[in-house]
Design a protein around this ligand. Structure first.
Ligand code: FCB
Length: 451
């Protein structure tokens, strides 16, 4: 593998380098020490829900292996580790009784990270809603705003003296739209009538969670993270395609950040969101706003759309890379584009506010192969080089970025895709739990440690 053509120092002395993970994807131990079931435990049992038919009962066994996995993170030169807390480990029923063993586990994990010189960045919600709350309507029930605030308070009271970086939600548009509209993710609902409530409750919970953290943690740096993709019209000259692109952009990129910034929902483009007015209570529009310190961008692919009569309300349809004759080298079928991260950084940088942007997830799944005990994933290393060059370009344009988190440390349970797509810098044999630092991980070591 060639030596980095980038230099750590160029990114600035305060730039944070980390990997990002999520509890359900790595922990395993789903029935240990009082953890309650989450919607993802239920969903994985549903026939056909997970493409490979697998579940996450073992995942990467991170629950037991965290000391050595954190050591791998450190060996690759990272000084930050992003992980999420499983709500149902802390509150098995979602509210009420606190499971001390769950708190004790995260306490050990945080302490171990700090001992190894890795700053904990904690995501409060990365999709694994307690099943007990889903049974009460989940994100469709307005009470979730209160349930979430209760959970956040328990967590930050326990760890706020040693954790300063808090991320409230991971990709609200993913868990709301994929979970309650498309049915591809847990809880697997396809409920168009409920989707505006789901969106509104998630947006309220996002701001409310931020307020709880800020009020209870002195010196907290509070953020939240968004999935984002630059959206282009298929035919740039077509007015209809342009409008389709505007609507898709509102849905994919603007839906949750704009209410948080006090701009309200993008109702001009997405008229169906007007129905939120019917369910909103007095004061809600103000309550949606919270001045986050950090906005996390999670970018994986660009999106090209055309006008379509077949998709109600959106009137837009994605044009696949195949149809555009763009070669696809990633296992998820996602296009790699050398400018798309930069485009999305520029787009989000247009928003007013005092917050700082950072890359909260960046990575890709390639067809990794173990040969002679090694994984030479040249494409993944090249992918990160390309992304980091775009980060440098953004910085050169004067855009302030707080850091870069690689998705992800370990090959893990990729939601509805099962274990097949591999995003990690560390290869995991899911039968033996054997780990191999891939060439891309070694490349990061060269970049970050200079050897
Ligand atoms: C993001 C998720 C993360 C992982 C990556 C590939 O949308 O936040 O958990 O699945 O995609």
């Amino acid at each position: 593998m060639t030596k980095p053509i980038l230099h750590r120092a160029d990114f600035g002395p305060d730039f944070v380098w980390g990997t990002a993970t999520a509890a359900f994807q790595i922990e395993g131990a789903t029935i240990s020490h009082g953890r309650g079931p989450s919607v993802w435990d239920t969903f994985t049992q549903k026939k056909g829900a997970i493409k490979t038919g697998e579940n996450a009962m073992m995942a990467c066994d991170f629950y037991h292996r965290y000391p050595t996995d954190l050591a791998l993170n450190g060996q690759m030169g990272f000084n930050a580790f992003r992980f999420s807390i499983a709500w149902s480990r802390i509150l098995p029923q979602g509210t009420g009784r606190v499971n001390e063993a769950g708190l004790a586990y995260y306490d050990r994990l945080i302490d171990e990270g700090i001992r190894q010189g890795q700053t904990p960045w904690v995501t409060l919600f990365h999709w694994d809603l307690p099943q007990a709350l889903e049974d009460r309507g989940g994100w469709m029930n307005r009470e979730i705003v209160t349930w979430f605030a209760e959970y956040v308070a328990v967590v930050v009271k326990a760890f706020g003296h040693k954790v300063k970086h808090w991320l409230v939600l991971n990709e609200p548009s993913a868990f709301t739209l994929l979970g309650y509209l498309v049915g591809m993710h847990a809880p697997g609902r396809r409920n168009f009538r409920a989707i505006t409530s789901v969106i509104h409750h998630a947006a309220l919970a996002q701001a409310e969670g931020g307020r709880v953290v800020r009020s209870l943690v002195p010196g907290a740096v509070v953020g939240t993270t968004f999935s984002c993709s630059p959206v282009e019209p298929m035919n740039r000259a077509s007015k209809r395609d342009q409008q389709a692109a505007h609507r898709a952009d509102a849905l994919l990129n603007r839906l949750f950040i704009e209410p948080a910034l006090g701009m309200g929902y993008p109702t001009d483009e997405l008229t169906f969101l007007n129905s939120i007015k019917r369910i909103a209570r007095p004061g809600d529009m103000e309550r949606l706003a919270f001045n986050f310190d950090l906005i996390g961008l999670q970018h994986y692919f660009p999106v090209v759309v055309e006008h379509s009569m077949l998709v109600p309300y959106l009137w837009a349809k994605e044009v696949s890379p195949n149809r555009r004759q763009v070669p696809v080298i990633t296992e998820m079928g996602w296009e790699v584009h050398e400018q798309s991260l930069l485009r999305i950084i520029r787009q989000f940088n247009q928003y007013p506010g005092d917050h700082q942007l950072f890359i909260a997830e960046s990575g890709s799944a390639f067809y990794d192969r173990v040969e002679d005990g090694q994984v030479i994933d040249t494409q993944r290393a090249a992918y990160h080089v390309q992304c980091l060059q775009q980060v440098r370009q953004a910085q050169a344009e004067g855009i302030d970025l707080a850091g870069y988190f690689v998705w992800t440390l370990l090959d893990n349970f990729e939601w509805a895709e099962g274990y097949r797509p591999r995003f990690g810098l560390v290869y995991v044999d899911h039968r033996t739990q054997h780990r191999i630092v891939k060439a891309s991980g070694q490349w990061f070591r060269s970049l970050l440690c200079g050897d």
